[in-house]
Design a protein around this ligand. Sequence first.
Ligand SMILES: C[C@H](OP(=O)(O)O)C(=O)O
Ligand SMILES: [Mg+2]
Length: 298
Amino acid sequence: MSPERLSGAQDYEDLLNKYDTWMFDCDGVLWRGNELIDGVTEVLQLLRSRKKQIIFVTNNATQSRNTYKKKFDKLGLEAHVDEIFGSAFASAIYLSSVIKFPKEKKVFVIGMPGLEEELRAEGIKHVGGSDPADNTLEPFTPSSFSPDPDVGAVLCGLDTSINYTKLSKAFIYLQNPSCLFLATNEDSTYPTAGALLPGAGAISAPLRFALGKNPASIGKPARTMLDCIKAKHDYDPSRTIMVGDRLNTDILFGKEGLLSTLLVLTGITHEEEVFGANPSPIVPDYVTRSIGDFRALI
Ligand SMILES: C[C@H](OP(=O)(O)O)C(=O)O
Ligand SMILES: [Mg+2]
């Protein structure tokens, strides 16, 4: 079945009337890096004026909900901390409430301070991450490394300071079969303002290859993000639409969550992946060029 391509004001108006809850992916939908996508400010204001429920659902684990709130504020977008769900927050909830990671155990983190902040907020002990001892380009010498016996999991997210020391320590921990291998998300790429860059999936890839096994991924399309949202917000799936730019995360997440889905072409997915000769088996309900185009209703 082919998706419906939105083509103008009436289509946008019909969608606004059909859905009460709008779940937005962030990178590639609202912004690329720190650059707002044209029209997003006006459209979010329009949705707010129509009393729509808005939830932000990002696989980006580099920031916490609080630092994301600062990003929204800086970009002039109205957002409330309890509307923001990132894979850093989802990972902390997964550890604390879903698998009930033992309080005395620690997580070895490959990731940014935002991920560490969310782990701390959930009382999850952790090592690695922004530890200066790990953020080095010095050669890694195993004899100088005494693995922490309390580490019971490795959690890998996008880490723009990735290095051989971090990968080596994670690899050593993960050779213990009882050490959990977790990923905040496995997006292969990361759309920034200037370029498409390697995503979190490309950061955990060396470990996947070296270990010959995949991590349990917590971000979209996995259910954990939706379970986190459900724990905080009531919404009617039949009147909820997930707006995303990536088929194998955002659109699959929406479909598996029994939500309607709107694919935008301002991020990762290209038109021919949906309407071309060999379309993806992941089919969104609707496609439009940009969520900014809804400003035709203003
Ligand atoms: C990490 C980022 O996530 P999003 O905000 O698009 O879920 C991405 O596209 O790689
Ligand atoms: Mg995206």
